[in-house]
Design a protein around this ligand. Structure first.
Ligand code: SF4
Length: 991
């Protein structure tokens, strides 16, 4: 058979399009431009017929209803279409939703694997209450009513007795935009905790300090040069939506530059792969910066208009003329030390290669899209400077919020105003999440919780974990076990989870929550220069409603007694405040039926009707209500192009009695216009005379500018300078804690920040397809290092960290930088007794004082269940839980955990067995205190007596008064840091 030519394919597509459109149906051209790759026309989503692939070779027809929802297997929130069997009302499979503007019908392997999570024979189907000691593995079923009353009673008592800071909600993957944060705000507690500081805080800090927004939204599709610091094409942030746009950019001729120490799948697609030594990334980026400056190939007009260079000169070059020429001279001087030779020595990449890459960047003009999220920013002490140095390339070229450049996230994200907006300003400040030692952290110091609880001698009466598994995901898991098993520290631990996990084993209640096709949520993410809202919904609820049924509660359509969180929080809130006397219940009261509970239909129906511009009109054109439209299509694009918001003139209607200060910031007496998009942005101070900040004057016009203190891009950060870090106030390079000069001769750097493309932290534990594809995490080792250690692929090695060691298999590969080893963090799931059988090893935990050991009894294997596939499990390996052996290493500025480890790699000793873990938690406490000494606490360095700069982003922001330090010394486990802060030691010091 001859292969069709491109012309043949194009002809087929045109013919298929004409045919489909002649029937009055939507035509979805597939990614390959072949009609076969397209999707069922949306006009036939209520009754779609397909042959059953499992019945092959018989031709058995199945009738489906196609119902959209949103994937929950990473943060990308891609659209899914559930294929609901019309005869049995079962979900048979998931495919992509072509109506979703972010994912455009495409998914990674984890999207369709959702169906295996629904049918997992080990999923939790009933609320459970602990029946033995915590962690003993004894459970008994409990009714929702009993559990809700118990939890609500304790929360109510905490509120009544002014113990607000004893209630904490700790979330891993939120997967929604603000519902739960608003619930906590309604309760009046500052109890939100996140996973962000083991993930993206480093990058967020770098971006936020530049532009007042904490994420990049790169336009890869239209870029001329794409620069990624990560293995972004296989596992990055907004993985599938971005990966498809990177590939489209490449097809249009864009050059792809990848910084990745490993030869990842992403690196194999690069035009320029730089295997940089971990932590040297900022040195390389600043060498490119230096090249742009010294060759004069930067966008001077943009820099002059939008950087806060005047402020920089006034503060740092007093007495010199405040002219752009002076600034250009200062800029040249500042970065002159970052030569290609210097960067080559730091990174291990040749100066010639770096010079060639710098030329590629210099040729990008404004079409340079760049991205760093976890990776280097999450691995290193000072990782936040990697993001700051990377974004400086965009800022130099003017490649910000222009086609092919990098946009700020908040302008490409839409969080619709909800039906009721509780006060977003609790009166309380929680030192357990926002200790005064880390006044600039983005976000909560979540991974330090066991240490802070101990240092501050604190107790949590009600502690929720939700899609969060700190015992396994965080560093220092044994310290978490010590905290969770201590009733003096944790009164009641409630785990909200669809799946068993290592943290839920130590809970008091395990409450089963729905997977992505069993719950309601709103999502919206910055995946291109547009604005969209996605709707996650329980697909069987939507399917049965389409068939004419009335569904009062999502519990009526979920398996067993599984529930969804929206309805759970509404119910819990009502039980905390049953008569409304606390003023809490009102936020979940129906508007349509005063005095009754709000339903999810009313909640989302109101939002879609009133807060999403253009949706009611579009729905009406199809004869649908806005809620029906979203239940039918799952997503709505509000705007396809946003553009350079900072350049937009402030409308005349918002300008009244305008005052422009010496820095060009404009203030107005006009009231703020109503906003439908409540995406969090930094609050900007007024002029103290009743005017609010409205923009910044540039070229004689008041423009919207950036939400930073200066209104411009902050090359120099007054915040850093005034809060104790003047030497780090401009983008720079900090030698990481794993810099070669800081390692002993026999130590290497361990990279633990990468993940396998088909794994999903905790949630892939019950996805059988994904486990079959990837179920081990060997240690990547260069042949030279393997020879030195004396091992070959498959041999056991012992990897020694600062607090213990783990035993893992070696994988010898030239795809690794010599002197560096790497191990994926998505593996090594374990249980001590009953629990998921397809992905967790069974282990014994041994403890002697602060000494802990984990010993593997057996791996996974085949077992009989109602799913015949479980008897076909052919693998036994589940990988090794390396994170347990990592101490906490908090960056003193961003608060991010610095994941890279200084390790010794040895051939396994006699008696070492695969999967062994040994840890001393006394050493982890000592490591915590060593790193704490690097901080510069608000108690010593706050310029205004507050705990944190008011403008920095913060979820559930307390009211202004709560920002004040309570006394001269502040509070919050900071005492160990203060002495060192006075000595002026910074992060260049060894922890
Ligand atoms: S990238 Fe994959 S896992 Fe993430 S939301 Fe999309 S389909 Fe789901």
């Amino acid at each position: 058979m001859t292969r069709p030519t491109l012309d043949d394919l194009n002809r087929r597509v045109s013919a298929a399009r004409a045919e489909t459109e002649a029937r009055g149906e939507t035509f979805y051209p597939g990614a390959s431009r072949v009609h076969l790759a397209a999707f069922p026309p949306k006009e036939r989503w209520s009754d779609w017929v397909e042959l059953d692939s499992k019945a092959w070779p018989e031709r058995v027809e199945r009738r489906y209803m196609l119902v959209p929802t949103t994937c929950f297997n990473c943060e990308s929130a891609c659209g899914l279409l559930a294929y609901v069997d019309r005869d049995t009302l079962e979900v048979r499979k998931f495919e992509g939703n072509p109506e979703h503007p972010g994912s455009r019908g495409r998914n990674c392997a984890k999207g369709p694997a959702t169906v295996t999570q629904l049918t997992d024979p080990d999923r939790i189907l009933t609320p459970l209450k602990r029946a033995g000691e915590r962690g003993e593995g004894k459970w008994e079923p409990v009714g929702w009513d009993e559990a809700l009353d118990d939890i609500a009673g304790r929360i109510r008592a905490a509120i009544d007795e002014d113990r607000h800071d004893e209630v904490m909600y700790h979330v891993g993957r939120p997967g929604e935009d603000g519902f739960t944060e608003r619930t906590l705000a309604a309760w009046g507690i500052d109890g939100h905790n996140s996973h962000t500081n083991i993930c993206s805080s480093g990058a967020r800090a770098g971006y936020h300090l530049w532009m007042g927004m904490d994420r990049p939204s790169p336009d890869h599709e239209n870029a001329q040069v794409i620069l990624l610091i990560s293995s972004h094409l296989e596992a990055g942030h907004y993985f599938n939506p971005h990966a498809q746009r990177v590939m489209e950019g490449k097809k249009r001729g864009a050059k792809l530059i990848v910084f990745d120490t490993r030869l990842s799948n992403t690196a194999t697609h690069a035009d320029h792969w730089l295997s940089t030594y971990p932590g040297s990334e900022a040195a390389v980026l600043l060498a490119i910066v230096n090249h742009l400056i010294t060759t004069g190939r930067y966008n001077k007009a943009f820099v002059e208009r939008w950087w806060n260079w005047r402020e920089y000169l006034e503060e740092n070059h007093p007495g010199e003329p405040v002219t752009f020429e002076t600034f250009e001279r200062a800029l040249r001087d500042l970065y002159a030390e970052y030569t290609f030779d210097f960067a080559a020595a730091e990174s291990g990449v040749s100066a010639e290669t770096l010079a060639a890459v710098a030329e590629v960047v210099a040729g990008a003009g404004t079409r340079l899209s760049t991205h760093n999220w976890r990776s280097a920013a999450a691995g290193n002490l000072g990782g936040w400077q990697v993001a700051r140095a990377l974004f400086m390339l965009n800022a130099l070229l003017g490649a910000i919020a222009v086609p092919g450049g990098t946009y700020p996230n908040s302008w490409n994200k839409f969080v619709p105003r909800p039906i009721r907006m509780p006060p977003r300003h609790p009166k309380h400040w929680n030192d357990l999440t926002w200790p005064a030692d880390y006044p600039l952290s983005l976000m909560e110091m979540s991974f330090l919780l066991p240490h802070l609880v101990r240092e501050q001698d604190r107790r949590l009466d009600v502690y929720f974990t939700r899609v969060y598994n700190p015992v396994w995901t965080n560093p220092d898991g044994f310290s978490w076990i010590e905290m969770l098993t201590d009733p003096g520290r944790i009164g009641l631990h409630v785990a909200l989870t669809p799946t068993w996990n290592e943290t839920a084993f130590f809970a008091d209640y395990v409450l089963p929550m729905g997977h992505s096709s069993e719950r309601h949520d709103l999502t919206s993410y910055e995946q291109y220069d547009g604005l969209w809202v996605g709707f996650r919904q329980p697909v069987l609820r939507a399917a049965r409603e389409r068939l004419g049924e009335e569904i009062a509660s999502t519990r009526d359509v979920t398996p067993g007694e599984v529930w969804e969180e929206n309805e759970f929080w509404i119910e819990l809130t009502w039980r905390i405040d049953p008569d409304g006397s606390l003023g809490i219940r009102e936020f979940f009261e129906s508007r349509e039926r005063p005095g009754e509970k709000m339903t999810v239909d009313e909640y989302y129906g109101w939002i879609f009707e009133n807060s999403v511009p253009g949706l009611p009109e579009k729905a009406a054109r199809e004869g649908l209500t806005p809620l029906q439209y979203m239940r039918r299509y799952g997503a709505f694009e509000i705007d396809a192009t946003i553009g350079a918001v900072y350049e937009e003139p402030v409308p005349d209607g918002e300008l009244d009695d305008v005052h422009v200060d010496a820095d060009g910031r404009a203030f107005t007496r006009a009231g703020a216009p109503p906003v439908l998009n409540v995406v969090p942005l930094p609050p900007l101070d007024g002029d103290g005379e009743g005017r609010r900040r409205v923009g910044v004057e540039v070229d004689g016009a008041v423009r919207k500018g950036f939400p930073t203190p200066s209104g411009r891009l902050e090359f120099w950060s007054r915040t850093l300078a005034e809060w104790g870090w003047p030497e780090l106030a401009v983008p720079g390079y900090l030698r990481s804690h794993v810099h070669r000069s800081k390692l002993d001769r026999d130590q290497m750097c361990l990279i633990s920040t990468f993940r396998l493309p088909v794994q999903i932290h905790t949630r892939s534990a019950n996805a059988k397809w994904l486990n079959e594809i990837a179920h081990t995490n060997p240690l990547w080792l260069h042949p030279r290092d393997a020879a030195r250690v004396g091992v070959e692929t498959g041999d056991l090695v012992r990897v020694e960290t600062g607090i213990g060691h783990f035993v893992v298999k070696a994988w010898v590969t030239e795809g690794m930088h010599p002197g560096v080893v790497a191990c994926s963090h998505h593996m090594g799931r374990w249980k001590t007794g009953d629990g998921p059988r397809q992905s967790m090893a069974t282990v014994a935990l041994n403890r002697e004082g602060s000494g802990w050991g984990m010993e593997r009894k057996r791996g996974t294997g085949p077992f009989r269940s109602n799913d015949p596939d479980t008897s076909r499990i052919w693998w036994t390996d589940v990988g090794v839980h390396q994170n347990m052996t990592f101490p906490v290493q908090p960056d003193p500025v961003s608060g991010a955990h610095c994941w890279h480890q200084a390790v010794r790699v040895r051939k396994a000793a006699a008696g070492d067995n695969y999967g062994d873990i040994v840890v001393d938690t006394a050493k982890s406490r000592r490591t915590f205190r060593r790193w704490l000494k690097l901080t510069r606490s608000a108690a010593r360095h706050s310029p205004d007596g507050t705990r944190r700069p008011h403008w920095l982003l913060r979820p559930v922001r307390p009211e202004r008064e709560a920002f004040r330090l309570p006394d001269e010394t502040g509070n919050g486990g900071r005492s160990a840091a203060d002495g060192e802060a006075r000595s002026g030691r910074g992060p260049q010091s060894d922890p």
